[in-house]
Design a protein around this ligand. Sequence first.
Ligand SMILES: Nc1ncnc2c1ncn2[C@@H]1O[C@H](COP(=O)(O)OP(=O)(O)OP(=O)(O)O)[C@@H](O)[C@H]1O
Length: 321
Amino acid sequence: MTANGKTTGVSVGAEIGRFEDVRKDYGSVTAVDGVSFTLRAGETVAFLGPNGAGKSTSLDMLLGLREPSSGRVSLFDGSPRDAIASGRVGAMLQSGGLMEDVTVRELIRLSCDLHPHRRPVDEVLADAGLTEIADRRSDKLSGGQAQRLRFGMAIAGRSDLIVLDEPTVGMDVSARQAFWKSMRTIADSGRTVLFATHYLEEADNVADRVLVVNRGRLIADGTAAEIKDRAGARHVSFDLEELPARSLLEQLPALVSLEVHGRTVRMRTSDADATVAAVYGAGLYPRGLEVTSVGLEQAFLTLTADDENHTQRNDEQGALR
Ligand SMILES: Nc1ncnc2c1ncn2[C@@H]1O[C@H](COP(=O)(O)OP(=O)(O)OP(=O)(O)O)[C@@H](O)[C@H]1O
């Protein structure tokens, strides 16, 4: 077993966790609304969603801190509580104070000692980027350093699954980069990592798979590239000397959206090659043609806006019935 190695023989790709039609109500508020997905060993999964989408509630249920109102959450073929008790899950939550009057090293040592499959303290300090501040008191840390300490506590044992709720909140850009480098080392050792974040570029750069939640529902599940494709992966823009009828542009293949301002045409398309070929095929002569990628941020905004519009339309139809 490597220093960072796993404690169990879960093979990469095997299912390790499952949400089955999970719902969580807080009184009249439905925080999670029928979410289903599986987690597979070795994946790094980002959980994305706007404020109040239900990310923390979902992670709390995955960690057995909250019970679903209906549906089922399982981890390693058992309950989340059993998985935690056996040390198979390490977690870094958004909230929760750090013990005071102790040094970083002491707190990491305590976390290691409490874990059923402890790792060496110095190794955890190094992996979490804490070696240089190991003798500092936990209540004298900057926000970013405190986050690194929480991360260190989450990786104090050889857990198979690491769950991180907004791990980089309060970190500056270089601290974030260093954090994801440490995280990559952990993920490369075969462990599964599930993290919630608001930073879309982190999900884009780090995650093998992205789950997008909006208003308690899972609205997309795939690689960042697949999600960008679904939202319309490319922007195409050009100028035309003479504008054709709008209906001709609207019939272009793979078109997701279309805007015409003066003689400038801007489109979003899920297949730029097909769209651009059809522009030429229609006998148009585009000038200053530009094809640019849509970032995950734009894809995320598009998907959540589409979901809101869809929900609104259904509500209106429901009201008319
Ligand atoms: N303990 C609670 N009691 C009542 N409502 C709650 C409670 N916790 C969360 N909620 C509500 O449930 C919904 C989902 O909240 P949750 O914290 O899971 O979302 P989130 O996606 O993690 O949001 P953020 O990105 O802002 O952290 C929100 O409407 C929130 O107000």
